[in-house]
Design a protein around this ligand. Structure first.
Ligand code: PLP
Length: 405
């Protein structure tokens, strides 16, 4: 670029990184292109198909001509199904003017931030976090205030840490449970302790990302903050979607329940950007939310077996250790014991990124470094992958670790 040419990209975008999970998936694809056999554990989507009754509803919607624009933030049928889901599963009562539907959970979260943040407003993001939160906040002109939540605290935000992070500029607190990347989850009692702090600060809004609500293990009980503390109902945006529970990542439907003024502002924004989410996907999501959920127990059992397989493997490798997730389909092992070790080529593993690169090069396993999620030295693997592949990945990781001295 010559000195007098204006930069092409906005300063806002320059502050944002492309998603590291997607970057790792791309790198793995590149290596595959060179003929290397790579096991990809970096991407977070169920390897199951969308249940048949939902597929059929999507096909029927096309045949019935449901192929036109719909109301911007969701058809009345889908909003009704979302409101019914919140009431049935979460004891949260939302009117249709308190429900927003977007193109994936991602758009709903981003809409909410864009609709509410002014330049310099702060958003508390407990770390490790889902990679998109801080960048979405930045894109919306806000400032992410990341709060480290160490492993001793089960990677969860404590009431004390929350209080310490609050300033006069705090606009939102983002919660995610069960968590991507750790699989840790907030109990009702824990949420109550956070709510007690929030009740002292009536300005602060709460965004809870409950995307993995239905993927949980060992009888762990899911709780969401507006239900635990109804006094927070008028300032909580309860976000969720069909992507993970119903294996519908490609259909792109997410939704939220929250205060009518914020929901309306999100619709205004969506009307000037993407308009309605796919009409066909909305019809399929109605079938998902109103339909049977019995397929979930078998899928969750498969996930649980895979979780235990990987957990046992990692916890038996000297230098790695991992807490047991209560939900979602990720493991977030510590690789602290690998830092400082030497590769056979003499290179030192100095960071979790170095370790993950070693796993990619030596074991042919693609993972994501913890630093991408705001906490090092860790790495994240997704166990939403065929069991045989996970077994092979664990064996290869073990031998790659053995080759470090
Ligand atoms: N929230 C969390 C915590 C996620 O992990 C994801 C997807 O990975 C999303 C939201 C986005 O979901 P969707 O695919 O519906 O946009």
């Amino acid at each position: 670029m010559t000195s007098n040419s204006a930069p092409r990209l906005s300063s806002r975008l320059q502050a944002v990184q492309p998603s590291p999970t997607i970057a790792m998936t791309r790198l793995a694809a590149e290596l595959r292109g060179q003929g290397k056999e790579i096991i990809g554990l970096s991407q977070g989507e169920p390897d199951f198909d969308t249940p048949e009754h939902i597929q059929v509803a999507g096909q029927a919607a096309i045949a019935a001509g449901k192929t036109r624009y719909t109301d911007v933030d969701g058809t009345p049928e889908l909003k009704q199904a979302v409101a019914a889901k919140f009431l049935r599963e979460n004891s949260l009562s939302y009117g249709l003017d308190q429900v927003s539907v977007g193109t994936g959970g991602k758009q709903v979260l981003y809409n909410a931030l864009l609709a509410t943040l002014d330049e310099g407003d702060e958003v508390i993001v407990p770390a490790p976090y889902w990679v998109s939160y801080p960048d979405m906040v930045r894109l919306a002109g806000g400032v992410p205030v990341t709060v480290p939540c160490p492993e001793e605290d089960n990677f969860l935000l404590t009431a004390k840490a929350l209080r310490a992070a609050i300033t006069r500029r705090t606009k939102w607190l983002i919660l995610n449970s069960p968590s991507n990347p750790t699989g840790a989850g907030y109990s009702a009692a824990h949420l109550k302790s956070l709510a007690e702090v929030l009740l002292e600060f009536p300005r602060i809004l709460v965004m809870t990302d409950d995307m993995y609500e239905h993927i949980r293990y060992d009888g762990w009980e899911f709780a969401t903050i507006a239900a635990v503390e109804p006094q927070l109902m008028n300032r909580t945006l309860t976000c969720n979607g069909v992507s993970k529970a119903y294996s519908m990542t490609g259909w792109r439907i997410g939704f939220a329940g929250g205060p009518a003024d914020i929901i309306k502002a999100m619709a205004t924004l969506q009307s000037q950007s993407t308009s309605n989410p796919s009409s066909v996907s909305q019809a399929a999501a109605v079938a998902a939310l109103n339909g049977p959920m019995d397929f979930l127990s078998a899928r969750n059992e498969t996930f649980r077996q895979r979780r235990d397989l990987c957990l046992e493997a990692f916890n038996s490798i000297e230098g790695l250790s991992c807490i047991k997730p209560v939900g979602a389909f990720y493991l977030f092992p510590s690789c602290a014991g690998m830092i400082g070790r030497k590769r056979p080529d003499g290179k030192i593993i100095a960071t979790d990124t170095d370790f993950v690169m070693w796993l990619l090069e030596e074991a042919g396993v693609a993972a994501v470094p913890g630093s991408a999620f705001g906490l090092a030295p860790y790495f994240r693997i997704s166990f939403a992958t065929a069991t045989e592949k996970l077994e092979a990945a664990c064996t290869r990781i073990r031998s790659a670790c053995d080759r470090l001295s």
